[in-house]
Design a protein around this ligand. Structure first.
Ligand code: MN
Length: 421
């Protein structure tokens, strides 16, 4: 039975509400009991330990050595490429299925299967270059309406180019790692001179990011049709943003210190293979795009997205329900555009979607839009209000796909904001 077959069942008990069904099998890096970092696969409430499975002889695919699975990051394993990780996932799917007794009847389950609550998750990838796109039309229109001209909210290039900028990978951190409110320069409208201090308008951006395999040599391009051969999988991506710093600094070269102080990602990389059944058509692209941006088939993905704000010691409030399918430019177009000039990509590069807003206010992907630049405060369950993110708030993002009774989820990215240091 194929790895994505909805009829496939695991011999491990998995609740139907679990993000980590046997049809998912996302990869991450974990450690437990003081042992070195290893590659794990999430299944139900458990982590499958691939180094332990290798030692027991279950991963003899002829491609992998032990060092691929006892490793600080997934990069080493990912260097084998798409075909390798697909074969690996298929093997794991078989081993965990009711069709196979090898692991089910093993007396060494405590060696290769660990409760998720008993392990520590780590940054899954040594991130090389990080790029952030700006590919949601609803987001771009909202921002253009607020800051420029409601009648010409989209800039003239927007429907021709998947706009993006190069960010900084050194400040991408894992879910659970607290974020300090950044300090910087800002110049609010009611001031004639700039001031310096902790940012006052701290925001999240609801995004998804894809992680790449090694690409082609410099000077060559990856077509939209080839894009999936170069993408390993995706994570949830919170692109923290300091709106007041951004407003003052961004002209003429774009985002800088308003963005590079922190971004937070979820720990499990859900593979493009696992997301395949959830692909859907995107919106019609008019005007017609250049041939290098044309594509065949469905390249949007139906991934439900949710953002919650949790004030310290209080119940969380959901502030957004969006979907990755709302993207105007899809991941294949983003990668094709990124490489059309010959820019090489490398294993572990991370490319974020840009804020994913939907068509209605309850689906907007940032507080900038949800509170409409602070003019529409959001009521929280604890009776307080939010225009932007306050100190000691936690921002929680969740993402999952669901179809034919199969759920493929990402878990969450959950990060607390600490006062400026
Ligand atoms: Mn962003």
């Amino acid at each position: 039975m194929e790895a994505n077959d909805p009829r496939k069942k695991s011999w491990i008990d998995i609740e139907s509400s679990s993000d980590f069904s046997i049809q998912n099998l996302p990869f991450g890096i974990f450690s437990n009991n003081g042992n070195p970092k290893r590659v794990g696969v999430a299944i139900g409430d458990y982590v499958l330990d691939l180094a332990a499975l290798y030692d027991l002889g279950f991963l003899d695919l002829g491609k992998y050595a032990r060092s691929h699975f006892e490793s600080e990051y997934l990069n080493c394993m990912m260097k084998i490429g798409k075909q390798g990780t697909t074969e690996l996932r298929n093997r794991i799917s078989h081993l965990l299925s009711t069709d196979c007794d090898d692991l089910k009847l093993s007396t060494k389950k405590d060696v290769f299967l660990h409760k998720q609550e008993s392990v520590t998750m780590h940054l899954p990838v040594e991130i090389g270059d990080y790029t952030d796109f700006y590919s949601s039309q609803d987001h771009a229109r909202n921002v253009g309406t607020m800051f420029r001209d409601p009648d010409n909210a989209l800039l003239p290039n927007w429907k021709h180019i998947p706009v993006g900028y190069h960010g900084r990978s050194s400040s991408i951190v894992l879910s659970g790692e607290p974020i300090h409110r950044p300090k910087g320069q800002m110049k609010p409208k009611d001031q004639t001179e700039p001031s310096f201090g902790p940012c006052k308008l701290l925001d999240f951006e609801l995004e998804m990011a894809f992680v790449t395999f090694n690409g082609k040599p410099m000077g060559q391009s990856i077509s939209t049709g080839e894009a999936e051969d170069y993408i390993f999988g995706m994570v949830i991506f919170n692109d923290w943003s300091a709106r007041d710093i951004q407003t003052w600094e961004y002209v003429p070269l774009g985002p800088f210190l308003a963005k590079n102080f922190a971004s937070s990602i979820s720990p499990w990389i859900v593979t493009m293979d696992a997301l395949e059944p959830f692909k859907v058509a995107g919106s019609n692209q008019e005007p017609k795009v250049f041939p290098y941006l044309e594509f065949d088939g469905n390249k949007n993905i139906d991934i439900n997205l949710e953002v919650l704000i949790e004030p310290e010691g209080q119940e969380a409030t959901c502030v957004s329900n969006s979907n990755y399918k709302y993207m105007y430019w899809n991941y294949a177009q983003q990668l094709a555009h990124h490489t059309i000039n010959g820019c090489p990509i490398r294993v572990g590069d991370m490319m974020a979607s840009g804020t994913i807003s939907g068509p209605v206010p309850t689906s907007y992907g940032s507080m900038l839009e949800i509170s409409w630049r602070g003019t529409k405060p959001v009521s929280m369950n604890d009776g307080s209000e939010r225009k932007f993110i306050q100190d000691h708030d936690s921002v929680i993002m969740r993402a999952y796909s669901e179809k034919n009774g199969v759920r493929v989820g990402f878990g969450e990215v959950n990060s607390k904001v600490l006062p400026a240091s």
